[in-house]
Design a binder for this molecule. Structure first.
Ligand code: ZN
Length: 326
């Protein structure tokens, strides 16, 4: 009997540990940045007959995708743009970095000279180019501008060999995770009966098109780029204009990302920790009369961000307090 009681106690405490592990893992909020491709003077692809262009469609779809993520407490969503605004690629990455994003989802519409070509593609960014650049930098053969890398250029200068190994590991892990997320996204798109551009793409996710490299420049964040179809194909173009089609397609993208997160959330959480030393930071010494809101506005970040970075429970700040503001 005594043995049984002890055994019971053991089981109970063990299940508490499991519960704690499970519940903390599940309670982690995953931060997603959604990127509506193009915008402002950059129209992207267009179809004159259908009177529609890419920048309009990507914004409409990104907003729908945002709604799906917002309805899910597991995610916190950020957008690179919410209006018809021109953004450089580096601006998009900066927004994702600033919000400490775990995931970056970019929405685009494709085009080609062949009007019969249609279907959806999902791309990931190969770390090869960025690996080469970092290697050249380490060999003192090139100067890397942080804008070109989309992250951490300034910090790298002072970093040790150890840090550079860590960075290569980070780039490779992000690539592996991005492939998993892209595969889940593709699976969801197929499951929901949307046409893929080229069925062979499914089998070889390693193949990344050049244009994918151009528009996807956050090598330290798990990212996918969804080409939602061909605007140059009249049939697909018409569908892409429909709100109901956009909703269904974005729901399947959301479900794909969610499937990935459900399975590999712990990897995303680990990547946060690896990324941290490489993320650009800035500190500010609080002056008399400063409010948290005013400081947030001064550095163009959210109050929530500052509270998180500084582990603040309340919004009260004190003169001479050192705050991380970026
Ligand atoms: Zn595009």
């Amino acid at each position: 009997m005594i043995f049984l009681t002890k055994f019971k106690k053991y089981i109970i405490s063990l299940s508490f540990v499991f519960f704690a592990l499970f519940s903390t893992a599940y309670a982690e909020v995953i931060r997603v940045t959604i990127d509506a491709g193009h915008g402002g003077r950059d129209f992207g692809a267009s179809n004159r007959g259908l009177k529609i262009n890419e920048k309009t469609l990507t914004l409409q779809m990104a907003k729908k995708l945002k709604k799906y993520f917002e309805q899910d407490k597991h995610f916190k969503v950020f957008m690179t743009r919410e209006s018809d605004k021109y953004l450089e690629l580096k601006d998009r990455v900066k927004i994702a970095q600033k919000n400490n994003s775990d995931i970056f989802v970019s929405i685009h519409v494709n085009y080609t000279n062949h009007k019969n070509v249609y279907g959806i593609d999902v791309f990931v960014q190969s770390p090869k180019r960025i690996r080469d650049e970092v290697q050249r930098f380490l060999n003192n053969k090139a100067v890397i501008k942080s804008d070109e890398l989309g992250f951490l250029g300034a910090d790298l200068k002072h970093n040790s060999k150890m840090d550079s190994f860590l960075m290569f590991a980070l780039l490779d892990s992000v690539y592996e995770e991005s492939k998993k997320m892209a595969t889940k996204t593709l699976e969801s798109i197929v499951r929901n009966k949307f046409p893929l551009h080229d069925k062979s793409k499914r089998a070889s996710m390693d193949k990344v098109k050049e244009q994918g490299l151009q528009v996807l420049v956050a090598p330290n964040i798990v990212s996918v780029l969804v080409e939602t179809g061909y605007l140059t194909n009249n049939n697909e173009g018409k569908k892409l204009k429909q709100a109901s089609y956009q909703n269904r397609l974005m729901k399947s993208v959301y479900l794909g990302v969610k499937n990935y997160v459900n399975k590999h959330q712990n990897n995303l959480i680990s990547l946060r920790k690896v990324r941290e030393p490489f993320s650009p930071k800035q500190y500010y010494r609080v002056k008399k009369g400063d409010s948290l809101f005013a400081v947030a506005r001064k550095f163009d970040v959210s109050v929530t961000n500052i509270k998180e970075w500084n582990h603040l429970r309340k919004s009260t700040i004190y003169p001479n307090q050192k705050l991380r503001v970026k």
